[in-house]
Write a protein that binds this ligand. Structure first.
Ligand code: NDP
Length: 345
């Protein structure tokens, strides 16, 4: 079984490629430029012909994936701009047209295709309100589209609104494509909706902490190094998933028949930054990191009686359909810090 993974050099996708290779799939990794495939080739060299890299320079070009989809049994469409690396203007078009273009190439040339998994996000699910809310797969983020249409977003959140809209519009385009074409295609579609994915051991070509992308450096800074104000650590957070569990979810989304034509929220739970610090400071024996761990106020995070999580998610579908299990926050924390220790950070 061969799987095409788009945006394979990305923060999430490299772990998906790894999970698929470990499960015995052949993987065709697509990247924007040959140079971005070099690290993938090196990391997965042991897999020989089981792994190949192809270059798709512009995912919005008509027929961009026509060649890449030929002969694959499944597709993991992960490529999409994230705010840290993309400027606000260039998020929606690549997200929507890149996704639709993948589906159109699949329809034209995916003769062996059985399933397409699209990496969406809780960005396409949630909306911001004054009270804590629990979301499920019936929820759509119409709010970001309304704000975008009004054009009156505070400049400090414009990029965020565009990112939320890019994910919402891309996933809406997926399900519209599915409704329009389901009678004409032999394959089906799954959308995965993860929350922020900050936590993971490093697998990219990163020599120093300064080269960590924004997602990983946030965890590094808050948990391993400097910490933040006690108030921030106790109050700031969200939903989380270990990237390795998200990679498993991508593999399971290919394998579980019942996942077809569903969107599925995959989230390990709600966190406050203090939770990671508490886990880090109870690792025994303590790890030998280059600087002492911040402490914050132990117990002031989710364990605190007054803790409020503004966004939580029902994850019954991921459990029932995918059988997805999550690492504990303690295990995730230990694995990341053990990785940092080995790197001398
Ligand atoms: P990365 O930025 O690490 O990876 C994004 C990938 O998409 C890269 O391969 C990147 O290529 C490619 N890409 C970005 N913009 C374009 C474009 N305009 N044209 C072609 N390729 C492009 O992000 P993540 O790994 O964090 O995100 C992967 C997916 O997961 C995205 O769909 C994201 O929305 C989703 N997601 C991520 C979450 C997170 O917290 N990280 C949370 C929920 C969902 P290049 O390296 O060449 O720029």
């Amino acid at each position: 079984q061969k799987v095409l993974v788009s945006g394979a050099n990305g923060f999430v996708a490299i772990w998906v490629v790894r999970a698929l290779l470990e499960r015995g799939y052949a993987v065709r990794s697509s990247v924007r430029a040959a140079v971005k495939g070099r690290h993938l080739e090196a990391v997965f060299a042991q897999y020989g012909d089981q792994h190949e890299v192809v270059v798709v320079p512009d995912i919005t070009a008509p027929g961009a994936f026509d060649e890449a989809v030929k002969g694959v049994d499944a597709i993991q469409h992960i490529a999409s701009p994230v705010p840290v690396y993309a400027d606000g203007e260039n998020m929606i078009t690549p997200a929507v047209n890149g996704t639709l273009g993948m589906l159109q190439s699949a329809m034209k040339h995916g003769d062996a295709l059985k399933r397409v998994v699209v990496t969406s996000s809780v960005a396409a699910v949630l909306h911001i309100g004054p009270e804590p809310q629990e979301f499920d797969e019936h929820d759509w983020n119409e709010q970001c589209l309304e704000v975008l249409a009004r054009g009156d977003a505070d400049p400090s959140v414009t990029t965020l609104v565009k990112y939320l809209a890019s994910k919402t519009l891309a996933e809406k385009a997926v399900w519209k494509f599915w409704e329009d074409n389901r009678g004409r295609i032999e394959w089906d579609i799954v959308a995965l909706n993860p929350p922020y994915v900050r936590s993971q051991p490093v697998m990219h070509d990163i020599a120093t902490p300064s080269a960590l992308g924004a997602s990983m450096s946030e965890w590094f800074t808050n948990v391993a190094k400097i910490g933040a104000t006690d108030e921030f650590l106790a109050s700031a957070g969200g939903g989380y998933i270990d990237v390795r569990d998200l990679a498993d979810a991508h593999a399971l989304a290919l394998e579980k028949q019942a996942a077809g034509s569903k969107r599925i929220i995959v989230c390990a739970g709600a966190f406050k930054w203090q939770d990671f610090l508490d886990a880090a400071n109870t690792i025994s024996p303590p790890l030998k990191l280059s600087t002492p761990l911040p402490v914050g106020v132990p117990g002031a995070g989710s364990a605190s009686p007054g803790a409020v999580h503004m966004f939580t998610y029902k994850t019954d579908r991921a459990a029932e359909v995918l059988g997805l299990k999550y690492r504990s926050l303690t295990d995730t924390t230990r694995d990341i810090l053990t990785d940092y220790e080995a790197r001398g950070w």
